[in-house]
Design a protein around this ligand. Structure first.
Ligand code: ADP
Ligand code: MG
Ligand code: ZN
Length: 611
């Protein structure tokens, strides 16, 4: 049985302040109550003697009554009683009068007792809201209402340019259509599918499309909605969500922005994350506590997988991860086509051109461009959206994004294409390197403008000197290619150079692979156990004399110079291939291992290892 999570009681200073404020306001109201005019006793006597007092009530200390003011209006008044034997005087003036007992009691009641009652009342109400048992259930339940969308209109055809992700999700759709067939065979389906990818790439859209394709109810909730003011509500909502989903199975539970909820515990700044942790805990409990064969699939989306609590990614939870990446050229064209259906386009519109002009943009950005174009056309009273409108929309949106560093211009794109090709060619023509799996110049985030993905053909535990040298060569390939083609090296190559230098330094100081320094370990760094490859490239702490350091620096420089010359020679020899592959990259933005092998004239299985 899953453990029940008790809601905490949160005592907040705010309730006390609220109470005090209430008393204050009430008191003010009572004392400000525009009651009778206060008269000085002498004034009262004046009025009395000029026969203007009509009627009074006399208590021990006060006199209250009515008099006619200057305009002859009856006015209420009070005054403090001064003369004890007033009665005699009153008789001469035809005033109706009566004695009265002091009403201080009523005043006190009004100004203190009622506020206290109110205060207690508010307190009680608040406690009930936060309280355990019935209290929280009522409140929690009212906020925990989750609605399932019964017939989601979204289909896979509405999501374009993410074919790999769609392929992986097809299985989920099949399962939801006929859960019996799967459960009969005893296969274990993923409980949780996590969609990962940059913002605006269609993760939310894909989740909806899965529900639409499968024709099942879609429960959706956003991670940030869970993070509520009152502790316990989020957890109650999670319970409610799963309870209702089980009733409606087969169905989908979709948690958008999972990162808001599933941040690694202990990562928040200052307190106040109780609630989030509890909600996360409840989610984990619910995910563990149900059998996927009932036909409930939990989907979630995030664009920050790196901050997720590792517990969420364990087997039996979100163990299936689907990458929803930024679209390539064809993907962008497909997305533009999907959204262009809703817009009246003029004859001259070429969506291909728009797709070419928008590398690095997400589906949401592309939709935005079409939208903006339509708005511009409307502003100009056009009947149709023309290419000029769309070009302007691209300028606006790409311009806006360029400021945010997300889009690269044509020249930069050419540099990146040659740089990445440089890496790939050195890898292809150096024995002992991992095979090129993919080359891409679709920018990812701010740091990487492109990347060359190499995949090892087998698991490796040891690396020989020649392999390390080969890796250094591959790292240098990017900048050498830039220099060959453009005559200079760009800042984008700095990271490669740093990694190459660190690697060479490690070879000389740690692995005893240098020539002049000989087989001596000059640094005694403990190696992180679970970090392969790059961990060994961190610069070691210095444990040697200045003279050795100088000798070492010289040797490192000589070594890198030599490698650079070698790579330069290699790339010059394959200059034609460098240009060919780069041109293809500029055209298509992505080249897979097979195509790369074909372009450079290597047998496919050799160059396209990995998969
Ligand atoms: P995410 O959840 O990944 O941030 P969304 O699914 O909310 O992105 O996408 C926002 C909008 O952008 C969608 O409603 C859709 O109109 C458009 N969009 C994004 N990606 C695609 C795509 N691959 N195909 C079609 N439209 C897309
Ligand atoms: Mg989203
Ligand atoms: Zn590089």
């Amino acid at each position: 049985m899953p453990p029940k999570i008790e809601p905490h009681h949160k005592f907040s200073i705010w309730y006390v302040l609220l109470g005090i404020w209430f008393v204050f306001i009430l008191n003010n109201m009572i004392s400000n109550y525009t009651g009778p005019t206060r008269l000085a006793y002498s004034e009262f006597l004046d009025h009395l003697r000029s026969e203007r007092v009509r009627e009074i009530a006399i208590s021990d200390q006060m006199i209250a009554g009515t008099y006619l003011d200057k305009e002859g209006k009856e006015t209420k008044f009070t005054t403090v009683r001064v003369t004890p034997d007033l009665a005699k005087e009153l008789e001469g003036h035809q005033v109706k009068f009566r004695g009265e007992v002091e009403s201080a009691f009523l005043r006190n009641l009004l100004s203190w007792v009622i506020p206290i009652f109110l205060f207690v009342g508010i307190w009680y109400f608040m406690m009930k809201r936060m309280g355990p048992g019935a209290g929280v259930m009522q409140f929690g339940a009212s906020r925990a209402k989750v609605y399932a969308e019964e017939a989601v209109p979204t289909r896979f055809e509405d999501v374009a340019g993410v074919d790999e992700a769609k392929g992986e999700l097809e299985e989920v759709v099949n399962f939801l259509r006929t859960p019996e067939r799967y459960s009969r065979l005893g296969g274990r389906l993923p409980k949780g599918v996590l969609l990962l990818g940059p913002p605006g790439t269609g993760k939310t859209l894909l989740a909806r499309a899965v529900a639409g394709e499968a024709g099942v109810p879609f429960f959706s909730i956003s991670g940030s909605e869970f993070v509520e003011l009152f502790v316990g509500v989020g957890a109650a909502r999670v319970r409610e969500l799963f309870a209702q989903a089980k009733e409606k199975a087969p169905c989908i539970i979709f948690i958008d922005e999972l990162d808001a909820l599933g941040k690694a515990r202990g990562m928040s700044v200052v307190g106040g994350h109780d609630e989030r942790e509890q909600t996360l805990q409840q989610l984990l409990v619910e995910m563990d506590g149900f059998d996927p064969r009932v036909g409930v699939i939990i989907m979630a989306a995030t664009n920050r997988p790196e901050i997720l609590d590792p517990a969420l990614l364990r087997a039996g939870r979100f163990d299936r991860q689907v990458l929803v990446d930024k679209p390539d050229l064809n993907g962008r064209l497909a997305i533009l086509k999907v959204h262009a259906k809703r817009i009246t386009l003029a004859e001259d519109v070429k969506l291909e051109t728009l797709a070419q002009r928008t590398p690095g943009l997400s589906g949401a950005d592309l939709e935005n461009i079409l939208n903006e174009g339509a708005l511009l056309a409307a502003r100009r009273d056009r009947e149709e959206v023309t290419m000029a409108d769309l070009e302007e929309a691209v300028d606006r949106i790409v311009g806006g994004l360029e400021k945010k560093n997300r889009v690269i211009n044509e020249r930069e794109k050419r540099i990146v294409a040659h740089h990445e090709t440089g890496h790939a060619l050195v890898a292809a023509f150096t024995p002992g390197t991992d095979k090129v799996h993919k080359i891409s110049i679709i920018p990812r985030g701010i740091a990487a403008l492109g990347y060359t993905e190499q995949r090892p053909t087998e698991d490796r535990y040891l690396m020989g000197r020649s392999e390390l040298v080969a890796r250094v060569d591959v790292l240098l390939g990017g900048r050498v290619a830039e220099r060959l083609v453009f005559g200079e090296v760009s800042t984008g190559a700095a990271n490669d150079l740093m990694r190459a230098t660190d690697m060479v330094r490690a070879m000389h100081t740690q692995y005893g692979m240098g020539t002049t320094l000989g087989p001596v370990t000059y640094s005694r760094r403990t190696q992180p156990v679970f970090l392969p490859q790059d961990a060994a490239m961190l610069p070691p702490a210095q444990e040697f004399s200045e003279a050795t350091a100088a000798a070492l620096d010289q040797e490192l420089k000589a070594f890198l110079d030599e490698r650079q010359a070698h790579v330069e020679e290699l790339l010059s020899r394959h200059r034609d291939k460098l240009d060919k592959v780069a041109a293809r990259l500029l055209e298509n933005e992505v080249i897979d291992g097979k195509e790369f092998a074909a372009l450079v004239g290597l047998p496919a299985e050799e160059a396209a290892g990995g998969e």
